[in-house]
Design a protein around this ligand. Sequence first.
Ligand SMILES: [Fe+2]
Ligand SMILES: [Fe+2]
Length: 154
Amino acid sequence: MHRCNKIYSHPLYKECLKRIEEKEADRIFCLHNLDHALDTARIGYIKILERKLDIDKELYYAAALLHDIGRYSGKPHSEASAEYALKIMPECGFSESETRTVADAILCHRTKSDGNSFADILSSSDKESRLCFKCRAADECYWQNEKRNKEIDI
Ligand SMILES: [Fe+2]
Ligand SMILES: [Fe+2]
């Protein structure tokens, strides 16, 4: 089993994902479920390939899987998700430095960035995963108009 599937199978990861799905069952805005994590992973990995960036695929997928996992912990979710990454990743075979890279990127994933660093790719792919142009809750969403994804981006 590769290490990202170990994250997905980790009891703490599964528990957090379940709690997020329960809390968001009636949510009209964007969700923070596994689909969102995998959209963030795949969009980011396309950027990594297109831009020929030296970012490890498995490590990037790990960051995408974990970036919102602390969403309903009661703390700011970037901090909570980074803390969960620090707990979960070493138990899935990631080294201390790999875990630190992912936790640092998760900590700043809410800051908008167009750069090419690991954290930049996580942050921009997270935002680009949202289909604002077909959102039924667009009128009530707090995202400013200029921040929204208004069309299919290729
Ligand atoms: Fe987030
Ligand atoms: Fe996200």
